[in-house]
Each structure stands twice: as C-alpha cells, then as structure tokens.
Ligand binder design. Structure first.
Ligand SMILES: Nc1ncnc2c1ncn2[C@@H]1O[C@H](COP(=O)(O)OP(=O)(O)OP(=O)(O)O)[C@@H](O)[C@H]1O
Ligand SMILES: O=P(O)(O)O[C@H]1[C@H](O)[C@H](O)[C@H](OP(=O)(O)O)[C@@H](OP(=O)(O)O)[C@@H]1O
Ligand SMILES: [Mg+2]
Ligand SMILES: [Mg+2]
Length: 356
C-alpha cells in the first residue's frame, strides 16, 4: 500500500478473560499503541459482541461455543473487521497431537544460516497404551487437551513403565529430549518474530537403575517450568547459543502458513543427540506476549500492518521472511534461486533421506 494511502489510526478490540488481559494488554502497550494511532478497546465478553465496536480488528482468546456463534454473527454484520484469529485455526492447538502435526507438514521455505544447515522435527510421541513398547524412558506425559486450563499444563515426567500406571488419561506421551536445560520460546505476531530463552528441565542421563525405581519415584509432576528462572540460571542461559535468526524466522513463517495463525508462540529445544536439530514441543495461541522485551512495539507494528492489510493472509511473502531456501525432508537447504538448483536440492534431500 503506497505510504500516502497508509491508514495511520485504527481500533483494535480485545476479547479475553481478565487473566489473559493481564499477560497481553498491559498499560504500557495501550499507551504506546495509542501514541502510534492504535486504540485498544476492551470487548466485554459478558455482553453481546454485536452491540460492541465496530473495530478494524478484533483479537480474541475466548474458548466457548456461544462466543464462536457471536463471532460468526459479528463477521457477517462487519465483514471488513479482521478477526485475529479464526477459531478453526487455533482449535487444532487444543489437541497436543493435532498441534504438532502441523510441524510434520511444514510446506515452507526456510533460510539456511550463513554457516550451517539446520534440521527440525517433533519428539517421538505415542498414546498411553503404546508408550511403553514404542518409546524410550524418560518420557513426558502431557494432557491431550491443551485448552488453557490449569490442568492442561500439568505434565508428568515418567522414568519407567511402573510410572505410566499413575498417568491419568487422556494424555500424549513424548520421549524426553535432552536439550541442555534451555528452551527457545519464539513469539510471532504476523511478520514480527522474537525469540527468547527460558529455563527448561535439566537433561536426564538414562541410568540402569531407572527400571528399579520405587513406584512413587517413577513419576514426577511438573508445571510452570519455563517462567521460574533463578539468578544462576540467567548466567547459564546467557551462555546458551541462540539458533540463527534466519532459521527462527523461517520456522515462524512455516508455522504461520501451516496454522494460519497470526498471534502465537512455539517452544523449541535443541536436540543434544543431533547436530543442529531443533525439536518443536509446543505451540500456543495468543500467549503472554507481555513477557517479551519490547512487546509493545512488536504488537503495535503488527496491528498497524493489519489495519493496512499489509499483514496478508498467511501464505504471502512479506518483508522479514525470506523464501530464499527450501525445506526438503525437514532439512534446511539453500534455494539458489533457480528451479534447476531446487530440483538438485530435492534430489539431494531424497538421497540424504535414503542414506540416513
Ligand atoms: N519432549 C520434551 N523433551 C524435553 N523437555 C520437554 C519436552 N516437552 C516439554 N518439555 C519441557 O516441559 C516444558 C513444558 O512443556 P510444554 O511447553 O509442552 O507444556 P505447556 O503446558 O504447553 O507449556 P506452556 O506454558 O508453554 O503452554 C517445556 O517448556 C520443556 O521445558
Ligand atoms: O511463557 P509463555 O508466554 O509461553 O506462557 C504462556 C503459555 O505458553 C501459554 O500460551 C499460556 O496460555 P494458555 O495455554 O492459554 O494457558 C499463557 O498463559 P497466559 O495466561 O499468560 O496467557 C502463558 O503466558
Ligand atoms: Mg510450552
Ligand atoms: Mg503450551
């Protein structure tokens, strides 16, 4: 959109429970956005949506059928309003199996960093009934339903088959991936991406004694890990190397295209057993952006893009994302710009897969 036609002001309605408002719509964001022409207006979720607004954009994190019906009604009355994001897009994140399936089908082009290739994947995961025979311990059992409830964050670390008996279904069971105790949390707001480091669980050396652990020692409940960094962790985390931003950007672009979401974060850990392989373990819709340094600028830039329709519906190439390379078999290769090279890369990818 030529600068002269660029809209400089707009209204963004936000509909979310009070505890979510606290972790996203902080006073610093409201003030900064207002300075830049974006008026953030609270939508009262206990009142009829149709009687509120209209807005240029409506962002929401409300999970019930009545709200979904109101949203449909609102969209039909105000077709120009941009809904961030569609329930059909974020609902797949409420099931931890469908959540990570999007990673396996990433159709995107990612940028090879200037010095090395990256590869990515998801942890091996099974249902409770097949975990014991198909996975190696330790494993981490996660409630299958990831719908923002407190219970959906109650994870269990399980060290042997006895411990699985104490796991309350429905769950998905993932192999624990040693990753050096540091988590990379990537926040995405349209074309704007920020990666932060968080303290994670420490590595576990699989010891022969694990199978003989007392029953009560064979399972450990864990929750709220990533937000409890202590002083020494800070030093520890500072030393952890961040993956290349080109890789992070490309993963963000891939997940945007695969999920059709604009506001989300994803958790990445570096597989200690493989060279430069990152494992996606979690994707969250509309997380607590307020934890991200500079989130006020990031979200305001995003809102301005939305009201100027610069934040194309996913799939469009935008500034900041490069489609200079390709993912083939989840391995990152550089797309040298012509189709012959891409074909070569594809063949190379197939050979790579055959040899590995
Ligand atoms: N497969 C895994 N291997 C190693 N560590 C893991 C694995 N899955 C989860 N973890 C650790 O457990 C933490 C919580 O897992 P996860 O992010 O899946 O749960 P969550 O409840 O969705 O968390 P969030 O608050 O980010 O939504 C991760 O940040 C990481 O530290
Ligand atoms: O540290 P982050 O921002 O990842 O913590 C998020 C978390 O990832 C989830 O997105 C939480 O949302 P729910 O899954 O809906 O519980 C966020 O909760 P919130 O109350 O802060 O929005 C966490 O911030
Ligand atoms: Mg997480
Ligand atoms: Mg999560």
């Amino acid at each position: 959109m030529p600068e002269k036609n660029r809209k400089l002001t707009g209204t963004v309605g936000y509909a979310m429970p009070p505890n979510k408002v606290k972790t996203v719509i902080q006073p610093s964001l409201v003030a900064y956005a207002k300075e830049r022409g974006i008026h953030l207006i609270e939508v009262h979720i206990d009142q009829p949506l149709i009687e509120q607004g209209p807005f240029d954009c409506l962002m929401h994190k409300v999970y019930d059928d009545d709200w979904k019906a109101q949203l449909r009604d609102y969209e039909s009355k105000y077709p120009a309003v941009v809904i961030i994001d569609s329930p059909s897009s974020f609902e797949r994140l409420h099931n931890r199996v469908s959540m990570l399936e999007v990673v396996s089908h990433l159709p995107v082009f990612v940028q090879q960093s200037d010095t090395e290739d990256y590869s990515f994947g998801i942890p091996k995961q099974e249902s409770l009934s097949t975990a014991n025979e198909k996975l190696s311990f330790p494993v981490i059992a996660k409630p299958l339903l990831a719908n923002g409830s407190h219970k959906s964050h109650e994870l269990s670390l399980v060290f042997n088959s006895h411990g699985l008996k104490y796991v309350e279904p429905p769950v998905v069971v993932q192999e624990f991936v040693n990753h050096g105790g540091v988590l990379f949390k990537v926040y995405v707001a349209g074309d704007y991406v920020k990666c932060v480091k968080r303290r994670s669980l420490p590595d576990f050396q699989v010891c022969s004694g694990a199978a003989e652990l007392e029953e009560h020692e064979s399972i450990r409940l864990i929750s709220e890990i990533s937000s409890s960094a202590t002083e020494d962790d800070e030093t520890f985390m500072k030393e952890a190397e961040m993956p290349a931003m080109s890789f992070i950007y490309s993963m963000a672009k891939g997940l945007r295209e695969a999920t059709k979401l604009h506001l989300f974060n994803f958790d990445m850990i570096k597989d200690a057993k493989e060279y430069n392989k990152y494992v996606i373990i979690d994707i969250n819709y509309l997380p607590g952006f307020a934890k991200v340094p500079g989130f006020e600028v990031m979200l305001t830039d995003f809102f301005l893009d939305v009201i100027n329709h610069k934040c194309e519906d996913v799939g469009g190439d935008r500034v900041g994302f490069s489609s200079e390379t390709a993912i083939l078999d989840n391995r990152v290769v550089k797309k040298e710009g012509n189709c012959l090279t891409i074909l070569y890369n594809h063949v190379a990818g197939l050979v790579f897969r055959l040899l590995n």
